[in-house]
Design a protein. Structure first.
Length: 128
């Protein structure tokens, strides 16, 4: 292998590493929708096993943690952009008090975690 090809391969490896770090920072894609008396949060986590995903909620912060092992490739790797870990904090439009326990539920199907968080009851204030 010539020095030029070696340098080009090492540069490509470093770019792949940096781009994976970028995707780990910006991912996952998240949608939040209020339906009835629930906040529905959809989190795209394709390639992560359900057992390797951890969700926590404190106040109005949702913490998303997921990790996976790198593939055991037997050939030459040309690109690797898929994130190996996700550590993300998301501000939710609902706050849970410290003494309250969120009784929600999360499901995982087709690479998407769907979290359903009950919204606190809202009281309408009459104007007289």
């Amino acid at each position: 292998m010539t020095i030029g090809r070696y340098v080009a391969r090492e540069i490509a490896k470093e770019l792949d590493h940096r781009s994976r770090e970028f995707y780990e920072f910006v991912m996952p894609a998240i949608d939040m929708v209020e339906e009835g008396n629930e906040l529905i949060v959809s989190i795209d986590l394709p390639g992560f096993a359900k057992k390797d995903i951890l969700l926590k909620m404190q106040g109005n912060i949702l913490s998303i943690n997921a990790k996976r092992e790198a593939g055991q490739d037997t050939g030459i790797v040309y690109q690797r952009h898929r994130p190996l870990r996700i550590e993300k904090r998301v501000v939710l439009p609902v706050t849970v008090k410290e003494d309250e326990q969120v009784v929600g539920k999360a499901t995982y199907a087709d690479g998407v975690v769907t979290l359903r968080i009950p919204l606190p009851s809202r009281t309408t204030i009459p104007i007289t």
